[in-house]
Design a protein around this ligand. Sequence first.
Ligand code: PLP
Length: 421
Amino acid sequence: MTDTVTDTDTGTVTDAATRTATETDALLARRDAVVMGTYGRPVLSLVRGSGTRVWDADGREYLDLVAGIAVSALGHCHPAVAEAVSAQLGRLGHVSNLYLNEPQVELAERLIGLLGLDGRIFFANSGAEANECALKIARRTGRAEIIAAEGSFHGRTLGALSITGQPSKRAPFEPLLPGVTFVPYGDAEALRAAASERTAAVFLEPTLGEAGVVPPPAGYLVAAREICDATGALLVLDEVQSGIGRAGAWFLHQAEGVRPDVVTLAKGLGGGMPIGACVGIGPAGHLLRPGDHGSTFGGGPVVCAAALAVLDTIEREDLIVSAATVGDLLADGIRAAGLPAVTGVRGRGLWYAITFGDARAAAFEAAARAAGFLVNTVGPDTVRLAPPLVFTAADAQAFLAALPGIAAAAQAAHEHSKVSA
Ligand code: PLP
């Protein structure tokens, strides 16, 4: 176990081994000179990955419970993805949407089949872009008003930001899209009161992801469906984070028994390659007309080949079931560990948040990293676990075995930061 160091400017707690690593520090200095400062300052430089493990520039190995923010469904450098990408790239890399490419059509067919609904797909390059397409579908209803949830996250482009329920992210870029109303997440009556015949669409995450894996109360999504049916609004479910097996089903709305009008996807779909998808179900798949939307890169053959490899592998290896089983093991083990200050473990599938009774999430993340585990702080008191779906029971046991030490180190760092504050 390494000592932790608190950065007095930012309050960030890092482990000494990482902090003094010369390779990482050198790269950070180069980056600071040429890369925009939109992100926090990373404390690791990752250079290699294999399965559920990654290695940093200084040769340290980590068990990855972040997966590039719930992205790398098959872990790192899965041969199925690597082979699909290199084979496609060796044949034909890019064509634009001026021309047909078969991997795109095949991927659309596969996704529609997995959804089990009649639908049509627009391929984009990210989650935010998938939601931009959904916003255009909403506008094509002829109605202009949108309802979204407080605390939600739908992306950083100006349209997606307009429906993101986090005022601090929106404020610097206002004015944004007009006509957006935010309602408390999980409150069906508030949604009912806000919806009307002027509502074009209700945008919801089936479980809030960036807000810390927050599920709604039972029946909320069913109520949202009813409210949309009553007002004629589209129900848009943002499954960018919850989809592709993350939450114990191909799509979380399937587990909830709710039929959306539009589903947006990204993250896990490409297994690390950038792809987003907006699926219009039934009539919503026909609202956009020729010329209404487009993307030079969207649905390119290489990313579609990667996504097909991801879907094939999840299916062939029954990863949704095994991920949910391992997820249960992980969550039960954390609950049973009786760690100091832990107030809860919430989530499903292989997608969890650990909540603390105080603002020690960053200290916990740093202590985990020092012990060789990557987890992700999503709030002052909340850490997210979203490992690759190939995470094994042995991986879960390794994390659980290290947990008491991580929690004790976090406790010490947290006490220390209170004293020096
Ligand atoms: N929607 C949800 C639910 C997300 O969690 C995210 C990203 O975290 C996005 C949209 C935006 O995706 P991207 O970062 O690929 O634009």
